[in-house]
Design a protein. Structure first.
Length: 546
């Protein structure tokens, strides 16, 4: 790994950030200091709300001023003050000297512009190239970041690219002007494990090739161990510990650092009893979407989203479904819940349900619930927590009168680890982990037998992930729940599932007991998934050289 230069490229001293809120000021960052040397990687780690991204945005002066302000601080790039600098100074610094990769490329990229326009705009603003030179440089950049057949992607819009391709376009834009410093804000959070590994390897390779310094914003300590030279740990807007990466992992000093290091999902699922009743089964389940073409929109082929999958989920039993984006995981869950049309037999509690609909299926819907990936979008912002949880009770005519329903909601909130007094607040007033607990309470209040958990921890910090896994395990044991657990995070699946189905392009690549799948995968695809997921873990333990 690179050693920092004697004179830092970037010096941040005594930086504070306040946000103007109703009734006063919110202190987001409090008197932090750090520096960055040439070719060095500094990781800034911490949980959501710790001030990591606010710090990164402050460097490029991208915060919403005057709502945001800096009561104190200095940010110097090669001795030039950026805090409060004029437009010309910032224009030169942004893109030319310091670039940034944002967390979610789908929202960071302009949905109305094709790839060529988005990357070309950066070059046109900073390099004053003519159209021919711009196109040549775009092709060079897309090759550099590993986009296959880039000439075919120039006219693509963001929604026509996969998550990994979108992130590669973001990296190409950030590298267009060969900056000295790259700020990467959670660059792999929303990606599948294999794509995560590819993006991290790409960043490492490009850093070595171009000699960049990098600030890596993340909450994933495995990524930190693999990528960083030094680490700054943030919580509550403060840096509580700074150290070289090996020192921090081997000899952590602060209580919060110890908390982060011990926060990986742990434990193993309790195996269901041998006589556990079967809750739901599927036999040769198929979900095919037609591909239409021509003036008359004739069907010329099908997207085989789910292709002849069979499974069984019993009481107290968790079936984990893993695979990359587009493998059919979520489609499988929606088909089992009868939320989309499918072919093949589906039986719930011994009753065939694949042809049922409307009012006939409604009584069973109470017993089949779902918890979605992003609680911020799945919970209505206009409804209080009590109204969100009560909605299912009203639809199914359960819970008695108003007072009885309030008591039931209060008990359910207690069960998922929330205070009943919070029931009249709204989703935006809660953290991500608390919102996911509300989403779980919404499902649990109906006392279901089968729950589809669709990536319920992927948007959460690692310590909150561990809490949610413990909660789900506890609820399962208490109520003998049957889970279908959909995830691309194999560490989380290993902590919760006792059977695993590995999907690729709608087909089962491997299926069996979780321990067998994790310890002795049989197919090359499963081995590749495991290698991508656990390589960083092996590096952490010292089993693999970094």
């Amino acid at each position: 790994m690179s050693a920092p230069a004697t004179t830092p490229l970037l010096e941040v001293k005594d930086l504070s950030v306040d946000f103007r809120v109703e009734g006063g000021q919110s202190h987001a960052v409090k008197n932090i200091s750090f520096d960055l040397g040439a070719g060095e990687t500094l990781a800034i780690v911490g949980e959501s709300g710790s001030g990591k991204s606010v710090t990164a945005l402050s460097i490029l002066q991208l915060l919403p001023y005057p709502t945001a302000s800096h009561p104190s601080g200095s940010i110097k790039y090669r001795g030039t003050e950026l805090l409060g600098a004029d437009k010309e100074t910032l224009h030169v610094a942004r893109g030319n000297n310091i670039s940034m990769i944002f967390q979610e490329p789908m929202t960071a990229l302009n949905p109305l512009h094709v790839v060529e326009q988005q990357v070309g705009e950066v070059l046109a603003l900073h390099k004053k190239m003519n159209p021919t030179q711009v196109r040549e440089r775009i092709m060079e950049l897309l090759h550099l970041v590993g986009i296959q057949e880039p000439e075919k992607r120039l006219g693509a819009y963001p929604h026509q690219l996969s998550g990994g391709q979108r992130q590669r376009v973001m990296i190409a834009m950030a590298l267009a002007n060969e900056p000295e410093i790259l700020i990467a804000d959670e660059p792999t959070t929303a990606l599948d494990v294999t794509i995560q590994a590819q993006i991290l390897a790409l960043l490492k390779e490009l850093q070595g090739k171009l000699g960049m310094a990098m600030i890596l914003i993340t909450h994933d300590l495995g990524v930190v161990r693999h990528m960083a030279d030094r680490v700054a740990v943030m919580t509550g807007g403060e840096i509580v510990e700074q150290a070289p990466v090996e020192d921090l992992f081997n000899h952590p000093q602060h209580e919060y650092t110890l908390h982060l290091l011990s926060a990986e999902p742990k434990g193993k699922p309790a195996a269901p009893p041998a006589d556990a009743a079967t809750v739901i089964t599927a036999e040769k389940l198929k979900v095919w979407f037609p591909i239409k073409a021509g003036v008359f929109r004739r069907t010329i082929d099908h997207v085989r989203a789910v292709d002849e999958i069979s499974l069984e989920v019993r009481e107290g039993h968790t079936v984990g479904v893993v695979g990359e984006s587009g493998s059919g995981k979520t489609t499988l869950g929606l088909a089992l819940l009868r939320l989309i049309s499918s072919q093949g037999a589906i039986s719930f509690d011994g009753q065939r349900i694949e042809t049922l609909g409307g009012n006939v299926l409604r009584p069973l819907r109470r017993q089949m619930q779902v918890v979605f990936q992003d609680p911020f979008s799945s919970l209505s912002p206009r409804m209080s927590i009590a109204q969100i949880i009560e909605e299912g009770l009203l639809v199914h005519g359960k819970g008695g009168g108003y007072d009885e329903r309030r008591e039931l909601i209060a008990n359910t909130l207690r069960e998922v680890g929330l205070e009943p007094g919070a029931m009249d607040r709204f989703p935006h007033e809660f953290s991500g982990g608390q919102r996911q607990r509300v989403a779980i309470a919404r499902a649990m209040v109906l006392q279901p037998r089968f729950v589809v958990l669709d990536e319920p921890t992927s948007a959460l910090d690692v310590s909150v992930q561990a809490q949610i896994i413990d909660l789900l395990r506890d609820l399962q044991q208490r109520h003998r729940l049957a889970y279908l657990f959909i995830s691309h995070d194999l560490k989380v699946v290993r902590a919760l599932a006792d059977e695993v189905i590995v999907l690729r392009d709608g087909k089962v690549m491997e299926q069996g007991a979780a321990q067998q799948i994790f310890d002795d995968p049989q197919t090359d695809y499963t081995k590749a998934l495991m290698a991508a997921a656990f390589k960083l873990e092996a590096i952490e333990s010292g089993a693999v050289s970094s």
